[in-house]
Design a protein around this ligand. Structure first.
Ligand code: B12
Ligand code: SF4
Length: 504
């Protein structure tokens, strides 16, 4: 019995940007008795389904965007006599769908780390259940990724998770509902061991695949103190000091390492934390700014963010402490008006963010926004290819419309055009070149310009429907430049690198 772990994608580029972590974690959770799991990442090459034999187990992990391709693979694997198991966020949210449309014999909901060996045992003995509840595994039981199974020369960035879950409750985000609001923070040793393994192989760029790298704010500590809640205070302090310990250990790794993470803007309150990030070579972080007005922040339940001038000052703090910001802004919030677009672009510029993304409000399954939108669309919702748009991920890729939350005064087209104009403005050559002054050599500045343009090209796809000619042009372009781009990210392998010792 061969165990396949498959990351579906309808597009393959030969080279991937970030390692899909779940593949290597589930490989780590696969007992040795089943042999070496076969890892298939379709963002590199399509799955050669002909290799699958009766009795093999094919594990497929899906998020909403790749669910349909996953179902195609599930049906094909089942037709070849394999046992098909689905997992991942989308299967967790819609287990019935994978059963009805994807040929699933079983679904794993939640974390796969601990339940996967049981699923394999049941598959081997023919006692498989329909659904397994993987739940939310405690941080000290997270399974480490098996990086020795990485195909050579294929990825630009490794990915290591240090904390899962987020205490906030933004309306457009599913993380707090699926991963929970209690931060599950991994022990320092296991995180560092994985990073060392990646650097040994020549990865110097590592994405810290966290929901929120700053899980304990100063306000949380003050609140616990005010409430006289000694146990909570101690717990929060322990989490916070573990963050500092992790960063101190990262700071001892080879100086060519570059880390990137996701963090809330609250971290700007804490200069010591930002300094520790800089020393740890956490050079950049995605900060969910979302909106620049108090009304916009209220729209998405993100009242803990600042707006206006205070926002500009908060974002500047990151730069002042040597941490670059990738600002993430959302357009199409109910309170947005025509003037919001320019106002947002102004804030992004004045705040000195190094990169920015401007996305249109999209109702993702599992979010509060999705529930409101689905209810509002009602029973006689518009259909494309016979499928209601509230199940847009089931519409064949070529016909799949982009789905946006309806707006009280602007049409999707107006929002799209205005959003594109903001991308054009922020990534104009003149502005990118001016931003590159954070670097000292002309060569580095030119590389910055190239990366900015690449980023803009990859993410500014805000079309209402997917134009297949444009997609295939963009794909050819991405395939062409992906290989040389990878060389920029890799370093000489350091096979004898050892883990830095704890300072304690
Ligand atoms: C890091 C990250 C990224 C990175 C790296 C992606 C990569 N190549 O790995 C980047 C920045 C590139 C990214 C991009 C996007 N992301 Co993202 N990302 C994440 C994040 C923060 C962590 C993912 C991760 O590595 N987790 C660690 C692994 C170990 O956990 P896991 O994937 O959940 O897998 C576990 C279980 O789900 C389960 N499992 C998973 N698969 C399988 C399969 C089987 C068979 C079994 C048994 C179990 C199982 O077991 C695993 C171990 O416990 C998640 C949030 C989250 N907490 O999941 C969002 C998240 C997955 N991303 C999300 C989104 C929306 C996107 C984008 C569409 C954003 C955009 N607008 O461009 C793109 C899509 C990219 C793509 N085509 O894949 C959403 C997905 C929502 C949804 N319903 O699909 C999430 C949940 C965040 C959110 N705000 O809601 N992302
Ligand atoms: S958007 Fe960010 S801060 Fe808000 S719930 Fe999701 S992970 Fe947490």
């Amino acid at each position: 019995m061969t165990v396949y772990l498959v990351n579906p994608s309808h597009l393959s580029f030969g080279v991937g940007v970030i390692t899909p972590r779940w593949l290597f974690v589930l490989a780590g959770a696969t007992p040795a008795a089943y042999g070496r799991p076969q890892i298939v990442d379709e963002t590199l090459e399509p799955f050669e389904i002909e290799a699958v034999r009766p009795g093999d187990v094919v594990g497929i992990g899906i998020h909403t965007g790749n669910a349909l391709r996953g179902y195609e693979l599930g049906n094909a694997a089942r037709a070849r006599g394999a046992t098909v198991v689905f997992g991942g966020i989308h299967a967790t949210l819609y287990p019935g769908e994978a059963q009805q449309l994807g040929g699933a014999h079983a679904i794993v909901r939640g974390d796969g780390d601990l339940v996967w060996p049981l699923v394999l045992e049941h598959a081997a003995h023919g006692t498989l259940q329909d659904i397994y509840e993987g739940g939310r595994v405690d941080a000290d039981r997270f399974v480490a990724a098996r990086w020795e199974l990485l195909p050579r020369g294929r990825y630009m960035w490794g990915s290591v998770q240090t904390v899962r879950g987020c205490p906030k409750h933004c309306s457009f985000c599913s993380v707090w509902r699926t991963d929970g609001q209690k931060p599950r923070q991994r022990g320092v040793d296991s995180v560092v061991a994985e990073i060392v393994e990646l650097r040994r192989q020549g990865f110097r760029f590592v994405a810290l695949a966290d929901d929120n790298f700053y899980p304990v704010t100063l306000a949380d500590l003050a609140m616990a103190e005010r409430q006289g809640n000694a146990a909570r205070l101690e717990q929060l302090r322990a989490l916070r000091s573990e963050r500092f310990e992790l960063m101190a250990r990262l700071a001892q790794l080879p100086p060519d390492m570059v880390f990137f993470t996701q963090i809330t803007m609250e971290a700007a309150e804490d200069g010591a934390f930002l300094d520790a990030m800089r020393r740890a070579n956490i050079k950049g972080a995605l900060v969910g700014v979302e909106a620049v007005t108090p009304e916009g922040l209220k729209d998405v339940y993100k009242g803990f963010n600042e707006s206006g001038e205070a926002l500009v000052q908060r974002l500047r703090k990151f730069r002042e402490h040597g941490v670059h910001v990738l600002g993430s802004f959302i357009f199409g919030l109910p309170s947005d008006r025509a003037a919001t677009f320019d106002a947002t672009a102004d804030v992004a510029e004045r705040a000195g963010v190094t990169f920015a993304q401007f996305v249109m409000l999209t109702p993702y399954p599992g979010t509060v926004d999705f529930e409101t939108w689905e209810k509002r669309m009602g029973a006689d919702v518009e259909q494309v290819a016979g499928i209601p748009v509230t199940r847009h991920w089931l519409i064949p890729q070529a016909q799949r419309p982009k789905v946006y939350s309806p707006h009280p005064v602007m049409s999707p087209n107006e929002i799209r055009e205005r959003t594109q104009a903001v991308w054009d403005r922020f990534y104009s050559l003149r502005r990118v070149w001016a931003r590159s002054n954070c670097l000292s050599t002309v060569r580095a500045r030119l590389a910055f310009v190239l990366m900015s343009k690449l980023y803009r090209q990859m993410y500014a796809n805000t079309g209402i429907a997917t134009d297949s000619a444009r997609v295939s042009r963009a794909n050819r372009w991405a395939r062409l430049i992906a290989r040389p781009c990878r060389l920029f990210f890799v370093a000489r392998p350091l096979p004898s690198l050892t883990s830095p010792l704890s300072e304690g």
